[in-house]
Ligand binder design. Structure first.
Ligand code: NI
Length: 394
């Protein structure tokens, strides 16, 4: 079976490169993936795979194994959306949509899952059980396409018992993959603070309530949440990347706006920290005669990789790629809406190596020069097909 999948994945490689380059040329922003979804639907249908639109710009497809009866259902997921970046590339598949770019590899995830679907469709007479393919919109934008598709019933009828997802990883060479059991990626929430004081002439500070100084105090005071209030064993991040007061050298403005991100790996602590942020910001402002409006936009929960499912997938991956090509991942405080699935059913989110230093492919995701070694396409699609078949056997 392994050899069959590897051979089929290699045969598909050229076609997958074409698919990936098409997707890369015509990226679409979150929840606007109309052309992308139509393209994926057409690819699946023309291969004889039963698929339909879901949640406007998502696709769900089903492949039923024909080697006996089984109630087992496994879901496999990819994301379709691109980012608002202007690509810098001299490749002929550079984005043709100005200001939009597949800078997070979702073109690779989509192509790879299409390849997996083709392989499993070809091999359907040799496994039992059902594979549900989820091509979801809007991974990059709140509230996350995953949460919308789940609300719209993507995990019902038939109901999967587990879900697998993969993401490109430019730290890892093409040909390798990485796994991590347990907590993997962080919850991420957006913090918006508006400090309201009273503006005036910079030369007459006794006549103003200075929102710039008070905002500075708030940022410093909030750091105690990480250094004093959080459990030292639980990773927590609080970063402010925007402090906008819009005054001048001699003008103190009426208000200052601060924007930041809060990340962690525990739902209870996450709730408590939100309360602390609110309390410390409001009270610090109040103690200096100002007020602070606090808005916290809840983002994605943390990604929890089911330990048993992850260990099984990891050893299946070793059998498929060789021990030397499977690595352990560190925790990573970036966010990912795959987390919504992992809080609903056992799931594992693993990383697909795409790096190739000899070819100069080293750029990080979310940068204007991000690219992948396309050798990852047959690896990604073949491995996922293999993981699916192994999982359905259990
Ligand atoms: Ni991504």
């Amino acid at each position: 079976m392994k050899e069959q999948i590897q051979q089929r994945a290699n045969e598909l490689q050229e076609q997958l490169v074409e698919v990936r380059r098409h997707l890369h040329r015509y990226p679409e922003l979150s929840f606007q993936e109309h052309q992308t979804a139509a393209f994926v639907l057409e690819q699946l249908n023309s291969y004889g795979i039963d698929a339909k639109l879901h949640s406007e710009t998502g696709i769900v497809a089903l492949i039923k194994g024909e080697n006996g009866d089984s109630d087992r259902v496994l879901a496999l997921r990819a994301d379709l959306d691109a980012l608002p970046l202007q690509e810098k590339s001299d490749k002929n598949y550079c984005s043709e949509h100005s200001g939009v770019m597949h800078a997070c590899g979702h073109d690779v995830h989509t192509t790879s899952l299409l390849g997996t679907a083709m392989i499993l469709h070809d091999l359907r007479s040799s496994f039992a059980g059902t594979v549900k393919f989820i091509f979801q919109p809007g991974e990059e934008k709140l509230p996350g396409g995953a949460s919308i598709m789940i609300k719209n019933g993507v995990l019902k009828d038939p109901e999967p018992q587990a879900i697998l997802g993969q993401h490109v990883f430019p730290d890892l060479e093409a040909g390798k993959v990485g796994f991590r059991a347990g907590k993997y990626m962080a919850s991420c929430d957006e913090i918006y603070l508006t400090v309201k004081g009273k503006g005036g002439h910079g030369a007459l500070p006794h006549k103003v309530i200075d929102p710039v100084l008070i905002g500075s105090h708030i940022i410093v005071a909030l750091q105690q949440i990480v250094s004093r209030r959080s459990n030292a064993l639980l990773p927590t991040v609080l970063s402010f990347g925007c402090f906008n007061a819009n005054g001048a050298t001699n003008v103190i403005p009426d208000e200052a706006k601060l924007e930041g991100t809060f990340r962690t790996y525990d739902e209870e602590w996450r709730e408590e920290a939100h309360k602390l942020i609110r309390q410390i910001a409001e009270q610090t402002a109040g103690s200096m005669g100002a007020s602070c409006e606090v808005k916290i936009e809840k983002g994605y929960p943390f990604v929890y990789n089911d330990p048993l499912l992850t260990d099984q997938a990891r050893s299946d991956a070793e059998a498929y790629l060789g021990k030397e090509n499977v690595v352990d991942l560190e925790m990573r405080p970036t966010g990912e809406d795959f987390s919504f699935y992992t809080h609903t059913l056992p799931g594992t989110f693993y990383r697909l190596g795409v790096r190739n230093e000899l070819k100069g492919i080293t750029s990080a995701v979310h940068t204007t020069t991000f690219d992948v070694d396309e050798a990852c396409l047959s690896v990604g699609s073949g491995l996922m097909a293999w993981l699916a078949i192994q999982n359905l056997k259990r």
